[in-house]
Design a protein around this ligand. Structure first.
Ligand SMILES: NC(=O)c1ccc[n+]([C@@H]2O[C@H](COP(=O)([O-])OP(=O)(O)OC[C@H]3O[C@@H](n4cnc5c(N)ncnc54)[C@H](OP(=O)(O)O)[C@@H]3O)[C@@H](O)[C@H]2O)c1
Length: 279
């Protein structure tokens, strides 16, 4: 069982910095057993954060999470998300209640607006605050928000925002220009989604070279590069048990100044503002 790193949220509560993603889980009956087993293995190995959403498998990913976490809910930090189409005041409350039922739990630790839609932020926020008062969610936040969205959310009353979940990895460094510094100044957690670019970055020569120096793998290097940053949470998704084990090895890896310089040469930091990517 690994000692998991944690970050501190704006109100002082702790949040695990390493979690398991669940996008595309629950979409095929044939993969169901493997997906539950992978999540369970992660929990056995000490991973306490699970990221899911009402969108994933139209709710079936949340049911898989319920199956994998049965009997162990108390130790876990569960993140789920409301779809923007449901994010009216009433719709958010209903969506959360449906998620709670599918997750077979009485609370969600962090509840996010999945991306910005057409419902006024003030409505979503009023629902988040009510759900929080009722103890149905512990913290709330947003996803796929750039710096201007964050400022608008704060203006609408969202000062208690705990996290912003964004597409961020070595091949997607645009957020370093504005939104990450903006969040970091306010201790808002950054949850880096698709941290290994859904596997597409793993054949990159620079990653292979750094990995070889440490007897590590490309996925481990990509995850460690994220984990070393303040306020950063990573949520790689793995439905294969060998991937769960391999990715956790990122926690034992330390990158040197030379490694970081080599990675910077191949994966350039941004030189200006770019729009936030989304998968
Ligand atoms: N908020 C949002 O809008 C948003 C958007 C995208 C994702 N997310 C969240 O972030 C999580 C992670 O992102 P993601 O699922 O898009 O991508 P990811 O974690 O970067 O990559 C997942 C893919 O990589 C494979 N993989 C995992 N470990 C590997 C390894 N060591 N070697 C080779 N392949 C490996 C997985 O395969 P197997 O499954 O076969 O093991 C899966 O196909 C999601 O699951 C979801 O919870 C949020």
């Amino acid at each position: 069982m690994k000692d998991m790193p944690h970050i501190t949220l704006p109100g002082g509560d702790k949040m695990p910095a390493y979690g398991q993603g669940t996008w595309h889980m629950g979409e095929s009956r044939g993969r169901h057993t493997d997906e539950v087993a992978a999540l369970k293995l992660g929990i056995d190995l000490g991973i306490t954060l699970i990221d899911t959403a009402e969108m994933y498998g139209s709710g079936t990913a949340e049911e898989i999470v319920a199956e994998a976490t049965k009997g162990r809910r108390d130790k876990l930090f569960i993140v789920s998300k409301v779809l923007p189409y449901n994010a009216s005041q009433r719709g958010t409350i209903e969506a959360c209640e449906h998620s709670l039922k599918r997750l077979k739990t009485d609370h969600i630790d962090l509840y996010l607006l999945h991306w910005r839609g057409s419902h006024p932020f003030a409505e979503t926020l009023a629902a988040f605050e009510r759900l929080q008062r009722q103890g149905k969610i512990r913290h709330h936040g947003v996803s796929n928000f750039d710096r201007d969205d964050m400022a608008e959310w704060a203006q609408a009353g969202g000062k208690a925002v705990a996290a912003n979940q964004i597409l961020y990895n070595l091949t997607r460094r645009g957020p370093e220009w504005e939104v990450i510094p903006w969040c970091r100044e306010r201790d808002i957690a950054i949850m880096a989604y698709s941290p290994i670019e859904q596997g597409r970055m793993l054949g990159h020569k620079a990653l292979a070279e750094v990995a070889a120096r440490h007897g590590a793998t490309a996925a481990q290097v990509a995850l460690t590069w994220l984990l070393r940053q303040d306020g950063m949470v990573v949520i790689p998704k793995a439905s294969r048990q060998e991937h769960v084990r391999e990715n956790l090895g990122a926690l034992d890896l330390e990158l040197t100044e030379q490694d970081l310089a080599d990675l910077d040469r191949s994966f350039r930091p941004p030189k200006g503002r770019t729009s936030l990517g989304m998968l």
